[in-house]
Design a protein around this ligand. Sequence first.
Ligand code: CTP
Length: 453
Amino acid sequence: MKKVITYGSFDLFHEGHYRLLQRAKALGDYLIVGVTTEQYDEARGKLNVVDSLMERIEHVRQTGFADEIIIEDHVGQKIEDIQKYDIDIFTVGSDWTGKFDHYREYCEVIYLERTKGISSTMLRRQGFGIVRLGIIGSGRIAGRFVPELKYVSGINAEAVYNPHIESARRLAELNELQIYTDKLETLYEHANAIYIATPHNTHYSYIKDALLHDKHVLCEKPIVLKKEEAEELFEIAGNRKLVLMEALKTAYAPGFAQMITIAKSGNIGRIIDVEAAFTKLVRGNGREFQKEENGGSFTELGSYPLLAVFKLLGTDYQSVKFTTFVNSRGVDLYTKAHIRYPKAIASIKVGLGVKTEGNLVISGTNGNIIAEAPWWMTKNFEVHYEDTEQNEKFFSKYAGQGLRYEISAFVAQINGYQSKKIFMTNKESIALSKFMELFLDEKTEKEIIYMEK
Ligand code: CTP
């Protein structure tokens, strides 16, 4: 019996897939089809797969060509499968010609002519239309964000706005954007979604204006600095059926999601303590050091450790104690917060110009999870138990600047697919805004230490 194997995502099952499977089956007597998991697709950079794994398997099954369907979930699996199933022929479409020649050591390799004029990528585009993105702000963060857009299908940067048109022009030229402007109306004409990367205290009015112009919004963290403002904005977005999403990259990173899931699975027992730190050595006189722009270590970096705490312990904390080091202008440069929950405690540290070991440590009644800095770009973490033989280490992909994951989630939310995959809830964003408000409120009791005295 001649055994044939082939692999694919088979998203939005189309004619090209059907013809490929038909010919693959005709090559032998028994056809095995490997269908990729979402995680594996994500890891290899395919971020916008629409159909669930079960749906994709079902579509392959319905063709009647597959004698057996397996799941592909890791690099290197193809060679394992070829040996395990005693495969005679490995086949894929001609878009892969040459890429699998080294498998000839194990079996015959056949590239089948790809069906012209159709692909899942094309269907995803047609089905959902391209998200036309307008960018508000053209500083450092926008400069890192725009190049990541090309890794996500279905979204295109159309125009950039900055009241200082020179800055908008620079970003546009660097990234080959057609339009730059100092008029919001011009931006809105070219966009159906807006990305906001401006100083924190300008977010509220930009978000509101964009939502009232019926644009979806992705806004840099912290989305706003007041709970009421966050509630109002999410309500407007909800009423208008628009997506409003906080651009807190960690929340969308595959490794972070995996770590949270493991922590909450019960493996390490009940979570008693979360310690999270994010510090950065930054010099100069930038926005993050300006009191008028609500600069400071807490507004700049606090969202990351708070996200971890809220994901692990929820948003219903009982009390908070701050100790903060401020400079002569009253801007916080290093802040510690102890957050008390009914049955747990969390402590977070953030700093601009002070360097701690920026670990994330999750302590439970049965073990702990440790992620080393930069844990906010989660690439690996360890799970430790009393019996060290049980310890495990996990690795995950975190490609580029990692912004492509939040962009991909934004596109998916707008198009209404993967909508069950919630990375960051409105409730969490509102709780983050509330926490910023608490910290910035002069009435909140804080232990203040002046650094320069
Ligand atoms: N395939 C084909 N003809 C097409 C599209 C795909 O023969 N027009 C083949 C691929 O070469 C591969 C298999 O179908 O062997 C599964 O491909 P997959 O990557 O799932 O489909 P694409 O449409 O290429 O997906 P995408 O656009 O997401 O890359």
